[in-house]
Design a protein around this ligand. Structure first.
Ligand SMILES: Nc1ncnc2c1ncn2[C@@H]1O[C@H](COP(=O)(O)OP(=O)(O)O)[C@@H](O)[C@H]1O
Ligand SMILES: [Mg+2]
Length: 471
């Protein structure tokens, strides 16, 4: 490891000279500046690891230098303020602005300084090491932030592993909105041999046809009015890597034809271009629609669908894997602790029970929003039921036993409530498919309808929807 650089910013020549002797003795490479402006320039050009910053400088104060570093985003790993007379106010402001510590120029201050520099650099070293290590672990496992312990998710992740390492060039991911299709697409990419090449996502629903074509295939200069320069499209950018086609069922049919051609031939032309460009891209397409229904409606071309659907994965809705909720929530709380700089420990049992009994029509995305709102509202160190935002009445059961397929109910609950919870949980487990739920409950669909009507839960539009399973 090369010697770490220490920059001394002080207007007194003698102070600089003594500090230089000491710092070199401690094994650092030393830089000097005798005023604030020179110090800032030196930070910009030399990126020192540590800055020893005098509070009083001829041109500006040390605090102003600190402020400037913060504003330009050039804050070194550690800044240590040095001063002849430390005033509490200065100390406070400096620490607030990001200084690591304050050292007073007392007669024997060198020993203290040696330790402070060492600690400051050690702290940041540990932090960056930890960050690289985390990134490494993620990259190796490929599962980034996908959390799941349920059999459904562990099966899915096993399948992801197989598909990722296969040579399949097209993969289709289905699942309701918010179930984690984007995450799974990334997991596929980072588990594949393509992991060091780009992952390029493009959302098909947001883009009109002409623009989409330029986005995907790029264009030559002058290909159309606005094409002032040549631009590479997503296919080229993703070369060697993975292209995620999000909301693929919303793609304009005209583009579907062109896309299919590219998939079949492995090459394309930029708009206004003459030469064929060969690419090696794996296409992962995602949709929250039932593709068979989309084909029936004429939105999705059948030939395109069959080309995409070489491998197909389906991400289960959250209500079918309630046992994943505690772990996902723990992960979210950890994430928000970082984002909001808080130290919240988690959610208490009562709150968890509520979270585990909601049907989560918006899946993990909805859960995330609810936990974030509760997190912000939370004043103590544990999220309680009191701070949970009101979740819609689509709750499934109020009693959770810790097993996805089991339902425990407290003694003394009226029989009709037991029946209601049981029926609703079964419905949720069957993705609101009434035929399947009635089947499992061994009652007729008509009886089920009557029950739901009695409980005021039958909406005229709720038919057995949800992602249909595709051959
Ligand atoms: N298994 C999971 N563990 C942790 N977070 C998840 C999981 N699945 C989804 N999320 C989070 O939920 C949100 C929605 O996920 P996303 O992949 O965008 O869903 P989709 O593409 O299916 O609509 C994201 O913030 C994502 O990080
Ligand atoms: Mg998505």
């Amino acid at each position: 490891m090369p010697a770490e650089k220490v920059l001394i910013v002080d207007d007194e020549k003698l102070v600089r000279w003594t500090l230089r002797q000491k710092c070199e003795e401690w094994g650092y490479q030393v830089l000097e500046a005798d005023n604030g402006a020179a110090g800032l320039r030196m930070v910009h050009n030399e990126t020192p690891d540590c800055v020893l910053l005098d509070v009083r400088l001829p041109d500006v104060t040390g605090l102003q230098v600190l402020d400037q570093l913060k504003q330009t985003g050039e804050m070194p790993r550690a800044v240590i303020m040095i001063t002849a007379d430390a005033r509490v106010d200065d100390v406070k402001s400096a620490i607030k602005l990001g200084a690591y510590d304050f050292v007073e120029k007392a007669p024997d201050f060198h020993d203290a300084l040696e330790v402070t520099i060492k600690n400051a650099l050690e702290a940041t070293r540990l932090r960056t090491e930890l960050e690289t290590l985390r990134g490494e672990v993620r990259r190796r496992s490929g599962f980034h932030d996908v959390v799941g312990v349920s059999p459904k998710m562990t099966d899915l992740m096993n399948f992801v592993r197989k598909v990722a390492s296969s040579e399949a060039t097209t993969i289709l991911i289905q699942g309701e909105s918010g179930t984690g299709k984007d995450l799974i697409a990334k997991a596929i990419h980072y588990q594949s041999r393509r992991q060091d090449r780009p992952f390029v996502p493009i959302n098909c629903s947001a883009i009109p046809e002409t623009l989409m074509e330029a986005e995907l295939f790029g264009h030559e200069r002058g290909a159309f009015t606005d094409a002032r320069d040549r631009r590479e499209g997503c296919f080229e950018l993703a070369h060697g890597g993975t292209l995620l086609l999000d909301e693929v069922a919303e793609m304009q049919p005209g583009i579907q034809v062109k896309f299919l051609r590219v998939l079949q031939e492995g090459s394309f032309r930029r708009l206004g271009g003459k030469s064929e460009i060969k690419v090696d891209v794996r296409v992962v397409a995602a949709t929250n629609k039932d593709p068979i229904a989309a084909i029936r409606d004429g939105a999705l071309r059948e030939d395109f669908y069959y080309r995409l659907n070489v491998f197909s994965l389906s991400v289960p809705p959250l209500r079918q894997r309630i046992e994943d909720i505690p772990l996902i929530v723990t992960g979210l709380v950890e994430e928000f602790n970082g984002k909001y700089d808080r130290r919240i420990l988690g959610v208490d049992d009562a709150a968890l029970k509520i979270l585990m009994s909601h049907a989560w029509p918006g899946n993990v995305r909805e859960l995330r929003n609810v936990v974030e709102r509760a997190f912000i509202a939370c004043e103590g160190d544990v999220i309680t039921a009191k701070v949970l935002p009101a979740i819609s009445l689509a709750t499934v059961s109020t009693a959770w036993s810790g097993n996805a397929d089991a339902l425990t109910v407290p003694m003394g609950l009226p029989l009709r409530d037991v029946a209601k919870q049981f029926v609703l949980r079964t419905l949720a487990a069957e993705n609101n498919n009434k035929t399947h739920a009635a089947d499992r409950l061994d009652i007729s669909v008509k009886t089920l309808h009557n029950m739901l009507r009695r409980w005021g839960l039958l909406h005229p539009t709720t038919s057995s929807s949800g992602p249909g399973s595709v051959p």
